[in-house]
Design a protein around this ligand. Structure first.
Ligand code: SAH
Ligand code: SF4
Ligand code: F3S
Length: 528
């Protein structure tokens, strides 16, 4: 695999084409070494080796070059024992995509001989797999780095790494160099497979090693994955080409690339064989699946239709973009079986003017029409959504349009956010004229309306018997088990621990807002 050559920085000198000095505005930084496309600087007593650093302009570009698929990843022999007798601790922030990337990271570390630990004091390597979607997600990571500095002082051999979406931001790399120079490795979302090399480089050189690829690389199919639990995540595609004006994800995750259908199906089959009860297909916009195939006409509806035939109890997917949700997909989903009747369909706003400025590329009318079609085809479908309040320039009237849309759709639940400007995105350049207090008020009001519907929809479940996949004990009470219905409702009921991982039937008796409660129906225990 010649990924390294393809994506290495084209660096001739510390300046010029790839002048890394923009990442550190320290006048006393000294370039001390340049070789193999790597530049090493001495900055305030810390030596920093930069193999590649993120560049917004490149991240934004959508090149035509073909994405190759590799099946030949192999950990170099000399790294297989590198972590023997040592422990790794990974903290994951953000979405399921990141959770799943952490499984790859854990898989790689395991191949290197590291054992995983939940105790950070025991760890020899700690990695923060970060999220950049809102400012508060980033604040958490910087706060954590502050705590970890103490640990690093007590145990200088500890390797500390930052990866994930924040690493793909120019400003974050600069801030870490400046304020958290004790960090040992920074790598991004496109070069996770380089982790073993970077760990080795950082350990031997004792330098901070930065390698963040701005452009997505090829798809590597055979990276190890350390999955846990009864549910399994499966990537069907990477990246996003939608460029909603508020969103950082297209920059941090690169262009849309679909995995080949055969590879996805083979992985799902294998997971079914291993006994997983539920799989979650992942993509930032799963409805765009297959758009990038040039040799075959095969889209998300086709993929779901093929996965439907696999002997596996439950299949879910996230996230759907309303624009690409086509009739064929609705038809396939209406066949149900192992396809669950829950669709997460982010709307973001109910106002056409705001949707336009968000560049969502659909209107309120188009969205409502889609909801109607889905509800007609799947009458018991549960719809959930994502909504942003306080987008730059959002008026009271425009916010009210969001409220009226929420009432019209009657969502079962939603993730609601206050708009957070992301450096480098178009919306960050729009005048953010909605006062903080107004944004907060809108969020509370929106949540109140959503809760009303949640409660009402849940009340409709009273007296029904639902199929529940038991996931574990409830957080607050060990004698209560928690599981999920087909529609992804959180269900609590009393029962023995042995039921964890099994399908059971639960007769719903009570319906508080955020979960539903019921009684285990023994005689009907499902033998799925
Ligand atoms: N690809 C998914 C969304 C991924 S980000 C989709 O399009 O549905 C998850 C959610 O975070 C988004 O749906 C949006 O509601 C929210 N979000 C993204 N950027 C944001 C920002 N700058 N401020 C506030 N919320 C944001
Ligand atoms: Fe972000 Fe829009 Fe892409 Fe979702 S579809 S990841 S909100 S740019
Ligand atoms: Fe966050 Fe990156 Fe996911 S920004 S939401 S972790 S794709």
């Amino acid at each position: 695999m010649n990924k390294e050559t393809k994506n290495s920085p084209d660096l001739k000198s510390g300046k010029g084409d790839k002048d890394y000095s923009k990442y550190f505005d320290f006048s006393d930084a000294k370039l001390i070494r340049e070789e193999d496309g790597k530049a090493t600087y001495r900055i305030k007593g810390r030596t920093i080796q930069i193999n590649a650093a993120p560049d917004y302009k490149e991240e934004k570009q959508r090149g035509k070059e073909e994405i190759k698929v590799h099946y030949d990843f192999e950990l170099p022999e000399e790294m297989k024992q590198f972590g023997a007798g040592k422990y790794a601790y990974i903290m994951t922030y953000g979405c399921q995509m990141n959770e799943h990337d952490s499984e790859t990271i854990k898989g790689l570390l395991e191949q290197m001989g590291y054992a995983s630990t939940d105790d950070r004091n025991m760890a020899d390597i700690i990695l923060l797999n970060t999220c950049a979607v809102r400012e508060n997600a980033e604040d958490k990571v910087f706060g954590e780095l502050g705590h970890l500095s103490h640990l690093k002082r007590e145990k200088p051999s500890l390797i500390l790494g930052v990866c994930g979406c924040m690493s793909q931001e120019e400003s974050v790399v600069g801030r870490i160099m400046k304020k958290h120079p004790f960090v040992d490795i920074i790598f991004g979302t496109h070069n996770i497979h380089r982790l073993p090399h970077l760990v080795k480089e950082a350990v031997f050189s004792k330098e901070m090693v930065i390698e963040v690829w701005s452009k997505e690389g090829d798809i590597i199919e055979n990276l190890p994955k350390k999955r846990e639990g009864i549910k399994a995540w499966v990537n069907i595609m990477y990246g996003c080409d939608k460029f909603c004006t508020y969103c950082i994800v297209p920059y941090t995750r690169g262009k849309e690339r679909s995995r080949r259908p055969d590879d996805v199906i083979a992985e799902v089959r294998e997971l079914a064989r291993q006994g997983y009860k539920e799989i979650m297909l992942l993509g930032q916009n799963v409805n765009a699946y297959g758009k990038d195939f040039e040799d075959i006409e095969y889209r998300f509806g086709d993929l779901m239709d093929d996965i439907r035939k696999i002997d596996l109890p439950r299949v879910r997917f996230t996230t759907s973009h309303p624009r690409d949700f086509d009739d064929h997909l609705i038809e396939v989903l209406s066949k149900k079986g192992n396809l669950m009747e829950h669709i997460h369909l982010p709307v973001q706003s109910g106002s056409n003017e705001i949707l336009k400025r968000m560049s969502r590329k659909y209107t309120r009318e188009h969205y409502l029409e889609l909801v109607k079609k889905i509800k007609t085809a799947i009458p018991d479908v549960v719809l959930t959504t994502d909504i942003i309040v306080g987008f730059p320039g959002e008026t009271d009237e425009q916010f009210e349009e969001t409220i009226s849309l929420v009432k019209e759709v009657g969502y079962d639940s939603a993730y609601t956010f206050i708009y957070s400007p992301r450096e480098g995105t178009p919306a960050a350049g729009m005048e953010d004229n909605v006062p903080e207090q107004v944004k907060r008020k809108r969020l509370y009001r929106l949540n109140d309306v959503l809760n009303e519907f949640s409660k009402k929809n849940n009340e409709g479940l009273k007296g029904l018997t639902l199929e529940v996949l038991v996931e574990g004990e409830s957080k607050n009470n060990a004698s209560v088990l928690a599981g999920r219905s087909r529609t992804n409702k959180l269900v609590h009921f009393e029962g023995p621990r042995e039921l964890i991982g099994q399908f059971v039937h639960v007769h719903i008796t009570e319906t508080p807002t955020f979960y539903i409660k019921g009684e285990w129906v023994r005689e009907q225990e499902a033998a799925v």
